[in-house]
Design a protein around this ligand. Structure first.
Ligand SMILES: Nc1ncnc2c1ncn2[C@@H]1O[C@H](COP(=O)(O)OP(=O)(O)OP(=O)(O)O)[C@@H](O)[C@H]1O
Ligand SMILES: [Mg+2]
Length: 234
């Protein structure tokens, strides 16, 4: 039996790679799988919390699929206490945490150390690839410094994939990124760059969105929950 809640953090020091977008679309995906979800918005822009407020104005409060709570990530002690509380949150299957696109906030250390899963979106231009590599090296040093306390498994997700980009030099970046990143965790399939992904709702996946992310989310889901999770119910 898997210990719940599973704490899943979306992180990368590089901004604009899709942490927030994938956090919300994964929350919507987990709801369709019957999971009880809580979203913790620790991004300075608090886009998920703002989106939830707008969604409530638009759709009302009747059918809210999961709560969204906003917290700052600047204070190390406050984050340690928050992670402890989330770890013991009753009746919750998955806690999803969105984090800011920088490493400046001190609270990120206890956040990463106490996560079960860290999802690292990136896209494969040179700047993003090298910045993502630095981020993965940082988390590796953190794991060593945490002396056995940090158990997080990493999923590294190529996002914003443009099928038209396929020159030999770009494919070479992709291949070497894939090889390097595999040392830190599982590099998943690619999520394409699509206009349908440019907006999101905290109430349900928008038209077409579920299909765009499905295969990658299924890959992550199966890895977290296994394929035989309903065995006990038979
Ligand atoms: N698969 C995708 N297809 C098209 N647009 C996408 C996709 N993923 C993300 N985007 C867009 O890319 C931009 C950056 O995404 P997002 O805000 O989720 O990144 P972020 O990593 O959370 O950024 P920050 O570090 O600033 O918080 C947004 O405009 C978003 O709509
Ligand atoms: Mg964000």
């Amino acid at each position: 039996m898997i210990q719940t809640p599973v704490i899943v953090t979306f992180a990368n020091q590089k901004g604009g790679v899709g942490k927030t977008t994938l956090c919300v679309t994964f929350a919507n995906y987990l709801v369709t799988k019957g999971k009880r979800v809580l979203v913790i918005d620790c991004d300075t822009q608090q886009s998920v919390a703002k989106c939830r407020k707008a969604d409530i104005r638009k759709y009302g409060e009747e059918h809210i699929p999961y709560d969204v709570l906003a917290y700052g990530a600047d204070d190390r002690q406050a984050m340690t206490a928050l992670m402890e509380r989330l770890r013991n949150e009753p009746g919750m299957d998955v806690v999803l945490m969105d984090s800011p696109g920088s490493l400046k906030a001190d609270g990120l250390i206890p956040m990463f150390v106490n996560s079960d899963i860290i999802i690292v979106p990136f896209h494969y231009d040179l700047v993003t690839v090298s910045s993502t590599a630095s981020f993965l090296m940082f988390t590796d040093r953190l794991r060593k410094a945490a002396a056995g306390q940090m158990k997080a498994r990493f999923f590294i997700v190529p996002n914003l994939n443009d099928g038209r980009v396929g020159k030999r030099s770009e494919l070479a970046i992709w291949e070497s990124a894939r090889e390097t990143f595999s040392n830190y965790g599982r590099v998943t399939g690619k999520i394409p760059k699509r206009a349908d992904m440019e907006r999101f709702s905290t109430m349900a996946a928008l038209d077409m969105q579920a299909g765009i992310v499905a295969s990658v989310f299924e890959e992550i889901y199966a890895d977290i929950f296994g394929n035989n999770e309903n065995q006990n119910e038979q």
